[in-house]
Design a protein around this ligand. Structure first.
Ligand code: NAD
Length: 502
């Protein structure tokens, strides 16, 4: 934790200089440090079909706004059925005539090129992502963009080694894949979806979320610059109904969806009875479990990272804290001290920890959950902080006195809200952590290796982090249990979901 020194309270003098007084809960007064890279925005973006930007047949466009300023960023094409058809036709042609016939080694060269071009434009993409989504620049600069490039690099490395994806078996592409992604990691989700699909020889029709289409169309510019053959990746923007058209299209041999469990269920119903392959990456309600022998300060950082640094808008966010009773009071006090130091505000400022919530609707939904929590009898706590006058901001929020039956402990809030529950025994921690319809991720904080292994075996979650949280690597498969979905993204397992065994 940073030493907390108030600039305003230099009262005593030491060695002729004012001695800073340590005041926990007070902040350095930093000067603004906005990121200044040019995001190179255009006023209007069209659909990327068959390697070209084309106007939508509907003739319609919609706005994307900057959630930190409420100002319009640009307008984006609203694709209808005819556009989705055109994209699938282009993808099928490309897959049959060009991409499916290229050797893995040749395909890999394109993926390497895309990764390098993304690195070249990393700062521009980070600023664009922050302006479209509201997450702090230090997240987009240090995580989203480098990790997206890493996924293209990783899968470029696989493209000429596909015989090792399923040892002893031969693999072949599925054909054309339809993909729909959410707004919380717009660029990274594109990379998670596109890189394994095209490395394996498939072609893609993909839709970014309605709120955050910007980095998708900017990535299309990179595909153009990389000389990716026309039709290999088609980027379609539009609302949920456009997503429905992509998922239900008869040309899609496989569909891959990341988003909420509710929409995932609608999609599964719409394709029931077809022979489409499917992967679903859905919601979560992860438990971060802190035992009394845990390194508490480190655990505080992990909890803060797990739920507050991306405004809690992470599918695997540690939105439930299960804390061992002997240390519960001390731990919550430490957590509150740390939350007082978080800076909420302009996401483009390099010092900002908590940026803007993606949209007015999402903010209203989170605030609705705060009211529910209070009504159900939980105790709400927020650090004092000044929120910007414009934009969709909210302070980090804790709820104590939460029980398993509270809706704030059961439902995905998707905001910077932590529900704190206590436990006494290991079995009780496991029981409470698993008592959720979701099963995407979990965190365990303890000094005992044997306890980590037991918890990892017993927790029904696709990933269990130990003494850390929210760590990702393209080589590590990610995905859920139960209502968090099925299928894996990343690693060898992720590639298996984009091929057929022949
Ligand atoms: P959402 O389900 O509302 O939307 C996701 C995407 O689906 C968007 O592109 C949207 O336009 C589209 N869509 C909406 N209705 C559709 C329909 N009927 N048919 C087809 N597509 C449709 O989710 P969101 O609010 O954008 O994202 C937040 C959710 O995503 C959270 O539940 C979060 O947990 C989940 N998520 C999961 C993972 C994971 O890896 N498991 C990763 C990120 C986000």
């Amino acid at each position: 934790m940073a030493t907390l020194v108030s600039k305003r309270k230099k009262t005593t003098r030491r060695h002729g200089r004012p001695a800073p007084q340590l005041i926990f809960g007070d902040l350095w007064e930093y000067d603004p440090a906005p990121e200044t890279a040019d995001p190179k925005l255009k006023p209007r973006y069209d659909l990327f079909i068959n390697g070209r930007f084309v106007t939508p047949k509907s003739g319609k466009y919609f706005d994307s706004i900057n959630p930190a300023t409420e100002q319009k960023l640009a307008e984006f094409a609203l694709a209808g059925a005819a556009d989705v058809d055109a994209a699938y036709r282009a993808a099928r042609r490309a897959q049959r005539n060009v991409w499916g016939k290229l050797s893995g080694r040749e395909r890999g060269k394109y993926l390497f090129r895309i990764a390098r071009l993304l690195q070249d434009r990393a700062r521009e993409f980070a600023v664009a992502e922050t302006m479209d989504n509201g997450k702090p620049i230090k997240e987009t600069r240090d995580f989203d963009v480098p990790m997206a490039a890493a996924h293209f690099f990783y899968h470029a490395g696989w493209a000429d080694k596909l015989e090792y994806v399923a040892p002893g078996r031969k693999v072949a592409p599925l054909g054309v894949v339809g993909q729909v992604i959410p707004w919380n990691f717009p660029l990274l989700m594109l990379a998670w979806k596109i890189a394994p699909a095209i490395a394996m020889g498939n072609c893609v029709v993909i839709k970014p979320a309605t709120n955050t289409p910007l980095t998708a169309v900017k990535l299309a510019e990179i595909f153009e610059d990389a000389g990716l053959p026309p039709g290999v990746v088609n980027i379609i923007t539009g609302p949920g109904s456009t997503g429905g058209l992509i998922m239900a299209h008869p040309t899609a041999a496989k569909i891959a969806f990341t988003g909420s469990t509710d929409v995932g269920k609608i999609i599964m119903r719409s394709v029931a009875g077809t022979d489409k392959k499917m992967t679903m990456e859905l919601g979560g309600k992860a438990a971060n479990i802190v035992f009394d022998d845990a390194p508490l300060d480190q655990a505080v950082e992990g909890i803060v990272n797990g739920i507050f640094f991306n405004q809690g808008q992470v599918c695997c966010a540690g939105s439930r804290l299960l804390v061992h009773e002997p240390v519960a009071a001390r731990f919550v006090a430490k957590l509150k001290t740390r939350l007082r130091t978080l800076r909420v505000g302009n996401p483009l400022d390099k010092n900002t920890d908590v940026g803007a919530i993606v949209s007015r609707d999402q903010l209203a939904s989170i605030q609705h959950y705060l009211a529910i929590g209070v009504k159900e009898g939980a105790e709400l706590w927020q650090p004092p902080c000044r929120l910007p006058a414009k934009g969709f901001f909210m302070p980090p929020t804790l709820f104590t006195g939460v029980t398993q039956s509270h809706r704030i402990a059961r439902e995905e809030i998707f905001g910077p809200v932590l529900a704190i529950i206590t436990f006494r025994t290991v079995d009780e921690a496991i029981e409470k952590a698993n008592n959720t319809p979701y099963g995407l991720s979990a965190g365990v904080w303890t000094d005992k290796g044997s306890r980590i292994l037991k918890m990892a075996a017993e927790l029904k979650a696709g990933v269990v982090w130990a003494n850390t949280f929210n760590k990702f690597d393209p080589a590590s498969p990610f995905g859920g249990y139960k209502e968090s979905g099925f299928g894996r993204e990343g690693g060898r397992q992720g590639l298996l979901d984009y091929c057929q065994l022949v």
